[in-house]
Design a protein around this ligand. Structure first.
Ligand code: HEC
Length: 107
């Protein structure tokens, strides 16, 4: 009996975790530092598209880096234009880009 309750709790905890849509530990500090979190979530639309939807566009990592500095609002009809985030250094942008693309491979 106790075992059943425990595994139910474990499963509940797992699904809460999945719903939190949280950024992985190595990406979260970058997302908050550059305020990306104000407009983007991992897999839900906020002000901007979900990163899982960006991943579906199959950009190269380099292309994503370019789009962070010079967004192309025409790629996302129905969304407000994103401000150019030229303050993100290339080495951080490439980490973000690599992670965004990893969202596509996982699914
Ligand atoms: C003020 C809100 C806002 C902030 C802050 C913001 N974005 Fe965006 N982002 C958007 C919107 C809106 C779009 C869709 C329209 C567009 O591309 O202009 C978008 C689109 C994107 C795209 C897709 C580009 C394309 O052309 O397909 C990427 C990648 C992206 N954002 C990454 C980031 C990253 C990384 C940060 C933080 C450095 C960030 N965004 C910060 C609102 C924001």
């Amino acid at each position: 009996m106790k075992k059943v309750v425990l595994s139910a709790l474990f499963l509940a905890a797992l699904s809460i975790n999945a719903k939190a849509e949280d950024f992985p530990e190595d990406i979260k500090p970058l997302m908050t530092k550059y305020t990306c979190t104000a407009c983007h979530k991992v897999d839900t639309r906020l002000v901007g598209p979900a990163y899982t939807d960006v991943a579906k566009k199959k950009y190269t990592n380099e292309k994503i880096v370019e789009l962070i500095a010079n967004p192309k609002p025409s790629n996302w009809p129905g969304y407000p234009p994103m401000a150019a985030m030229k303050n993100v250094p290339k080495e951080d942008a490439i980490k973000i880009a690599t992670w965004i693309n990893s969202l596509r491979k996982k699914k």
